[in-house]
Design a protein around this ligand. Sequence first.
Ligand code: CA
Length: 232
Amino acid sequence: MRILIVEDEKKVATFLQKGFQAESYTVDVAQDGIRGAAMALSGIYDVIILDVMLPGKNGINILKEIRASGSTTPVLMLSARSELEHRVEGLNLGADDYLPKPFAFSEVLARTRALIRRRTPDLQGSTLAAGDLRMDVLARKVRRGDRDITLTNKEYEVLEYLLRNKGRVQSRVLLTEHIWDMNFDSETNIVDVVINRLRRKIDDGFPVRLIHTVRGVGYVVEEEPDETAAQR
Ligand code: CA
């Protein structure tokens, strides 16, 4: 999951960035409204955390641009407690949630998780599933059949993204954009490397494979047997 934080107060931005990174989210930070708006409109973020008072362009105007572009990316707005009118305006303009400053990181994390959860209709409680594979997204545990599976952070992130989009083919570009941050070198074949490692861990030794390659397009997690997937 990749999060954009648009916040000009360096202390707050760093506090959020470190907190989310510790929870294994991929995080980018924009410290002014102009850059924040451009990044927000890129469409690569799973959640946007948007401060209201920003240099260049304020959060309300950025939110307007995001929604005018047709994007439904969840937006969590931040602003000083006294700025009640911003809260009302933000929610009217299509913010998904609002958090007054100061806040505890646990609160931001809980709200962010709730926003991501709402976008995943297949999620049952905290569990994502495909076939006999179960991923507990709160405990970050993966199990297939009666086997516990230990994944690295990036393996987990890729699998989580594919599970949240089960049955829909995800291109390498899309996977890269949602899981690696801006400093990532897109020339590498890191997605294929991670997918191969994931396959060894979750598919090897099981009669039904869950990760399928759609040649020339990307990858999809699906419960259907290989032969069916191969015919697509
Ligand atoms: Ca600010």
